[in-house]
Design a binder for this molecule. Structure first.
Ligand code: FES
Ligand code: FE
Length: 379
């Protein structure tokens, strides 16, 4: 059984917010790309996007385009979208279905979906050429709870080790079988860390989200993960309400086998470095955050419901979607005013409150990943 601790009881040892460079410096941003986003397991969306053999989508990160494809045997693969001949980007459509192979449009080198080079015209004219030596460069990929994760490191930590504390933890929510009812993309003029720091605390909930505090009191938070890459816990839905929706009522059937505690809670987990997972009794919500520049992030938000809730007109899934679209926009706005203020020469790191202890823990993880332990984020 998980042990839950009140947010304010997690020590923060006088921690202050991070220095300005963490939000504005392109050098530091490039370092984060290398030390964090290219080394950790990064969520790239739902496995259901490529349900059948041949289905693919492109995942773009910085200069890299990655083809995520289900091969003929039904296995999910990720390959760099870069031809082994002269390096052309082969596939330009963001998603689709390959017939049998991936063919480069330049000189027509042809690859099987599992990445082997299977055709290269007149290759006998290339000295010592052996097709076996030129497969597409692959990217490690893993699936967890219906979500796909890639790791661009040369030598990645095995997914099962990196995610050991999460594997099995949310089984009762049936996440792999849920249906994506809506996807909304947001462009946010703020550093990716501000989005995490904001998600990790409800100190801002009363001033920023009146509709949310009416349903889940802002100080009801308790946490079972409060150090390391995964942070979070739950907030309590009050007696008069059933879920986070515009009406305050449930907008779908329970997503899984939920007990009487789960049915009165909303769970929030940040999954370092790019995913936020929010579990309501009747739907789940996932955010995937892609840093674009030091002061800009792209955020994809998906709402996941039990298939019955989407099928049966008795349920109004829009009630939950509208609630969080509004709440998201309130959050992005405060992230953007934070970014704007932090960019000023008037910015000085400020003191975190005890109600922001998970934001402090997040900062510590960032500093640790950058090899800068002990700076700013308290001990
Ligand atoms: Fe792809 Fe030549 S660059 S076949
Ligand atoms: Fe918020």
């Amino acid at each position: 059984m998980a042990t839950f601790v009140k947010t304010r009881d997690i020590p923060i040892a006088g921690a202050h917010t991070l220095p300005q460079e963490f939000f504005v410096s392109s050098e530091l941003f490039a370092r984060e790309r290398e030390r964090i986003f290219a080394r950790r397991w990064v969520c790239i969306g739902r496995e259901s996007k490529i349900a059948n053999p041949g289905d693919y989508f492109l995942h773009t990160v910085g200069a890299d385009s990655i083809i995520v494809v289900r091969d003929r045997a039904g296995r999910i693969r990720a390959h760099y979208n870069t031809c082994r001949h002269r390096g052309a980007r082969m596939c330009e459509a963001a998603s689709g279905t390959f017939s049998e192979t991936i063919q480069c449009p330049y000189h027509a080198w042809t690859y099987s979906l599992d990445g082997r080079l299977v055709g290269a015209q007149t290759s006998d004219s290339i000295e010592g050429f052996d097709k076996k030596n030129f497969p597409l460069v692959s990217v490690p990929i893993a699936s967890w709870e219906g979500f796909l994760f890639i790791n661009q490191s040369e030598n990645p930590e095995p997914f099962e080790e990196a995610f050991a504390s999460l594997i099995g933890r949310f089984e009762r929510f049936n996440l792999p079988t849920l249906t994506v009812a809506r996807t909304i993309e947001y462009d946010v003029q703020a550093n990716w860390k501000l989005v995490f720091q904001n998600y990790s605390e409800c100190y801002h909930c009363s001033p920023v989200h009146p509709q949310l505090t009416k349903i889940t009191p802002a100080n009801s938070g308790e946490n079972d993960l409060f150090e390391g890459p995964f942070l979070g816990g739950y907030m309590v839905i009050n007696e008069q309400h059933e879920s986070l929706s515009m009406s305050g009522q449930a907008c779908g059937v329970p997503v899984g086998e939920l007990d009487e505690d789960d049915i009165k809670r909303v769970y929030y987990y940040s999954i370092f470095p790019n995913m936020l997972l929010s579990l309501h009794p009747d739907y789940a919500m996932a955010h995937y955050i892609t840093p674009v520049a030091a002061g800009r992030s792209h955020i994809t938000c998906e709402w996941l419901f039990h298939p019955d809730s989407v099928r049966d007109e008795k349920w109004n899934v829009e009630d939950g979607i509208a609630f969080w679209d509004l709440t998201n926009r309130q959050d992005w706005h405060v992230c953007e005013i934070s970014q704007a203020g932090i960019q000023s020469r008037g910015y000085r790191p400020g003191p975190y409150s005890s109600r922001e202890s998970l934001s402090v823990a997040f900062d510590r993880e960032v500093l640790h990943a950058l090899g800068r332990d002990g700076e700013g984020g308290g001990e």
